[in-house]
Design a protein around this ligand. Structure first.
Ligand code: OGA
Ligand code: MN
Length: 290
């Protein structure tokens, strides 16, 4: 069967049909996948049974891979893979258990944020074999930018914003039942605050998008803090409107990849510790934001 793409919603996402990521993919198909990815910002591959090495190899097609700052959650034999999970061994989480439970884009708190992330579903919380929990929502922030009115586009055109990993980390650490430990000096050194433009241009497609997110953006540079906060809230409310959104209901064997330049995502935390969830993530390096 030849490869096909089916749109998930009008503004974001395609499902890729007819590809087995455990087998070599022709250059031609790989180019088509990459093009579709750039255009649609989120790709879904269902029913994939791939090894960790194959996950890494597929991810490397899109660039070099990041090694996450929270080393305890990396696979020891394959540190390019980050575990996201509420599963515990010896009373300790084996992965980040509260990852992404706020709208965000991966690594926006770094100087060169990730190009894309590729997430594989290993265990999905379910009840009675049909209802599943722990969906992930995605929004297209390029479509959201394009839908802004001219005044707002003009207003945010040259603005910059501060992004902070530690700010978010502390919020999560101080939440009820958090297992997060204070960051070590060494970890803190690796995640200083950074400043990015509020409107970014996609390095490949040239499309502009809104690049502030609830997860990691803390303020607008050179703006009164209250006014900045209000502007951020307005932009978040606009971005997260249903027209820009796709909500993914996971099945084991799904692989989702998303473009961190032009999307944001949110993990829905609607299951308790009695329901297990386990994902493997690779993170492809990106470039400076402009
Ligand atoms: C991530 C993330 C969301 C989820 O992997 O970057 O935010 O639903 N995950 O697991
Ligand atoms: Mn994320």
């Amino acid at each position: 069967m030849s490869m096909q793409f089916i749109n998930l919603t009008e503004n974001i996402g395609s499902e890729v049909i007819g590809v087995n990521l455990a087998e070599p993919i022709s250059k031609d198909d790989m180019n088509k996948i990459e093009q579709q990815f750039n255009n649609r910002a989120v790709l879904l591959f269902r029913n994939q049974d791939i090894s960790e090495e194959q996950h890494i190899q597929f991810s490397r097609y899109f660039g070099e891979l990041e090694i996450h700052v929270l080393k305890q959650y990396l696979l020891p034999e394959n540190p390019e893979i980050l575990r996201i999970s509420n599963i515990q061994e010896n009373k300790k989480n084996i992965g980040i258990s509260d990852a992404g439970q706020y709208w965000h884009t991966d690594l926006s708190y770094t100087k060169t944020p990730s190009r894309c992330s590729i997430l594989k579903a290993k265990v999905i919380p379910e009840r009675d074999g049909d209802t599943t929990y722990g969906d992930t929502c995605f929004i297209n922030t390029a479509s959201a930018y394009e839908a802004l009115d001219a005044d707002m586009k003009q207003r945010i055109k040259s603005l910059k914003a501060v992004h902070s990993y530690t700010d978010r980390y502390e919020k999560m650490r101080l939440a009820a039942n958090s297992q997060r430990q204070p960051l070590t000096e060494d970890q803190l050194k690796k995640v200083p605050e950074v400043i990015h433009p509020v409107v970014r241009t996609h390095p490949i497609t040239g499309r502009k998008s809104i690049y502030v997110n609830e997860g990691f953006t803390t303020s607008i540079v050179d703006m009164d803090p209250e006014e900045g906060k209000k502007l951020l809230q307005d932009l978040y409310a606009h971005c997260t409107s249903d027209v820009f959104k796709y909500r993914h209901k996971w099945r084991v064997g799904d692989i989702m990849m998303w473009d961190n330049c032009s999307t944001q995502h949110l993990a829905i935390s609607d299951y308790g510790p009695d329901k297990l969830r386990f994902m493997h993530r690779t993170t492809v390096m990106g470039s400076e934001v402009f």
